[in-house]
Design a binder for this molecule. Structure first.
Ligand code: LLP
Length: 384
């Protein structure tokens, strides 16, 4: 962050999320170009960041939306995502949420169980509509990521298990208001080992071969999201390597005639453009260490407390000699810690601290725990 930006931050109430929209646009451009080269369809996973200004920028790149609640479907729609590019997943869609999505005439429901499909069929019938659906399949491919964000192995609650697939397809054929148009996969998030996606392609090839033997070829294959970002060194990987990611699917997935490929990227599109900016309230001498106590807490950024996630932490206003600190928030829980034994320049009350790589699953997961205010948000193009 440059000196002018930091000067402006001095006058703003902390904590707040700061979004570098120039980086966001460059990231979207790179992703759209890399996907477009292969004719792949991109749907942004709104759960990563549902800030309307961010959504407005993303939809302007012609990217669709991946939603997991009725409110996300409604938000996508009001922020300008065309209905025919909206997909909607989730193991627990309520009747009201299904109705909202049917009324908006979204492109596709990604369905996770037979009882859910039966309810969609009934509601679609009552509205005189036919629902386009894809079956979310749990392919039993390990994403090698944190177990809380692993979703594609048999112990997880997500999707149809492979042994259930034939029964599910047969059942869909019997339902008058259901049109089965595709298969959907999402095996996890923050995947940095790209060989995982190779494994996914091979497994989907196997599944397709089996389905083809039964005369089933579906026009849409959705590989979900999951491409990780570099939290350790944001500046080393400001824009993720979308080209290598999509090339894996181009090279390994055996596309059948007429099939279109879809992806639901969240974190990789927005993660690096956001930082949480906070002020140091106190520096406290502990018995064996020093604590930097911020005015941001786990209610503002939950990832470190919930997933033991690493985020780079920088002091924006000190150039003193480096010391080790634990960087903590004001909340009455020991999990309210953003980083242990972090080296920072000598830090004092009033210093501004940036927690980096917070554009995804940051602001959107903030809460008012301890009755604290929600963090603010600023965008480089309007603040500067
Ligand atoms: N599609 C589906 C069906 C998903 O469940 C998700 C994320 C995505 C796409 C987008 O995945 P991405 O490209 O962002 O990895 N709160 C956690 C991450 C939870 C991810 C949930 N599903 C975190 O802060 O790490």
């Amino acid at each position: 962050m440059n000196i002018d930006t930091i000067k402006i931050f001095q006058s703003l109430k902390t904590p707040f999320y700061y979004y570098d929209t120039t980086l966001l646009r460059a990231t979207l451009q790179a992703a759209s170009q890399a996907a477009g080269q292969h004719g792949f369809h991109l749907h942004y996973a709104i759960k990563a960041n549902a800030n309307p200004k961010i959504l407005d920028i993303i939809q302007s790149y012609g990217i669709g939306a991946d939603c997991v609640s009725g409110n996300e479907v409604a938000r996508a729609s009001t922020c300008g995502f065309p209905a025919d590019r909206i997909v909607y997943a989730g193991v627990g869609k309520s009747d009201e949420e299904i109705r909202i999505a049917l009324e908006k005439e979204i492109f596709c429901f990604n369905c996770e169980s037979l009882p859910e499909i039966e309810v969609i069929n009934t509601i679609a019938g009552s509205l005189g509509k036919k629902a386009a659906i894809a079956l979310r399949i749990n392919p039993n491919v390990d994403a090698h990521t944190h177990h809380y964000i692993t979703t594609g192995i048999e112990e997880n609650k997500f999707g149809f298990y492979l042994y259930d697939l034939d029964r599910a397809i047969a059942a869909c054929k019997e339902l008058e208001h259901i049109q089965l148009i595709g298969l959907h996969f999402h095996i996890g998030s923050q995947i940095t080992d790209l060989t995982v996606f190779r494994g996914l392609c091979l497994r989907v090839n196997e599944i397709q071969t089996r389905l083809k033997e039964h005369g089933v070829i579906l026009p849409h294959i959705n590989f979900g999201g999951g491409l990780g970002i570099n939290y350790d060194c944001p500046t080393c990987g400001l824009i993720p390597d979308f080209a290598s990611y999509f090339q894996i699917f181009e090279d390994l997935f055996e596309v059948l005639p007429g099939q279109q490929l879809h992806f639901e990227l969240g974190r990789s599109l927005v993660g690096q453009c956001g930082s949480l900016i906070s002020r140091v309230l106190y520096v406290k001498e502990g018995k064996h260490k020093k604590f930097v106590i911020l005015d941001a807490g786990m209610n503002d950024l939950l990832r470190p407390a919930l997933y033991q996630a690493f985020h780079r932490i920088e002091n924006l206003t000190s150039v003193g000699t480096h010391e080790k600190y634990d960087i903590v928030g004001p909340i009455c829980e020991s999990s309210d810690c953003f980083g242990k034994d972090r080296e920072l320049p000598a830090t004092n009350r009033g210093d501004l601290i940036a927690i980096r790589s917070c554009g995804a699953y940051g602001e959107v997961m903030a809460s008012q725990y301890n009755l604290r205010n929600l963090p603010g948000n600023y965008f480089s193009e309007s603040v500067l």
